[in-house]
Design a binder for this molecule. Structure first.
Ligand SMILES: NC(=O)NCCC[C@H](N)C(=O)O
Length: 258
């Protein structure tokens, strides 16, 4: 039965120490980030999502980017093993919540590494970025967990951005949207639409024609409007300083069994 729950995790006191890899470090304003996070959560709620707060992991500066800790497919949660060692302690709290929601739980094991930001699901096709945070063993373990359940896993090289979903996400009709300069191999995606801004590549499907997007992509929002979608815009500029995007601040649970 379709469910509309979303995991979120409040920004912790050490947010400003979060990792940066492909961007220069700039100062993060924690108070402003917290306001932006609250508005993000409110946007999910306004569009019918019941939000569930995962317990804080205050020693982990990047814990707010909760999508990296788990990958959901059907009722199965694959607990990630972050490629960034400083993020490994984030997964325990997420595991507890998905187990309490009745998910079947599976894990990525050493030597595998995998972060949820590298996983883009479009129906039963699961694109997995092989890049700085997800290695070949992690990818293979995801295949072993999900292919027997009916998924088709497509590996995608990622070298220019942090995660696959820093470069591409998908519209409700399955069209992949991305900003070509950030992509290694646009030709891997069957139906692809280039968008004019980097953060225009990031959409969270809220249901129906509603697309949650960052305020930093006004031209892309216009393009999506012309295609019949309704952008729901949130300012996440403090998270963008740490290479975060709208997708990484939540995990939507759409196929809970219970
Ligand atoms: N899925 C995502 O896009 N996650 C963003 C993670 C940003 C964090 N500063 C990191 O480098 O791990």
């Amino acid at each position: 039965m379709p469910s509309k729950k979303a995991l979120v995790r409040r920004p912790g006191p050490r947010l400003a120490e979060g990792l940066v890899t492909h961007v220069e470090r700039t100062e993060v304003d924690l108070a402003r980030a917290t306001e932006q996070w609250e508005a993000y959560v409110e946007a999910l709620r306004t569009h019918g999502w019941e939000t569930i707060e995962v317990d804080p992991a205050d020693d982990c500066p990047d814990a707010v980017f909760v999508e990296d800790a788990v990958v959901m497919y059907k009722n199965v949660a694959l607990i990630a093993r972050p490629g960034a060692e400083s993020r490994r302690a984030e997964t325990a709290g997420v595991e507890e919540v998905v187990a309490s929601l009745g998910c079947s739980v599976n894990w990525v094991w050493e030597p595998g590494t995998l972060e949820g930001g590298d996983v883009l699901k479009i129906g039963d096709t699961i694109y997995v970025g092989r890049g700085g945070r997800t290695n070949a063993a992690g990818l293979q373990q995801l295949r072993a967990a999900f292919e027997p359940l009916g998924a088709r896993v497509v590996a995608v090289p990622v070298s220019k951005v942090l995660h696959l979903k820093s470069a591409v996400t998908a519209l409700p009709d399955g069209t992949v949207v991305g900003h070509i300069p950030l992509m290694d191999t646009p030709s891997l995606f069957g139906r692809f639409l280039h968008v004019p801004e980097e953060s225009g590549s990031h959409v969270v499907l809220l249901g129906g024609d509603k697309l949650l997007m960052a305020a930093g992509a006004p031209k892309t929002a216009e393009l999506f409007k012309e295609l019949g979608y309704t952008p729901v815009v949130v300012d996440i500029s403090e998270f963008e300083r740490l290479e975060g995007c709208v997708t990484c601040l939540s995990v939507r649970l759409r196929d809970l069994y219970a």
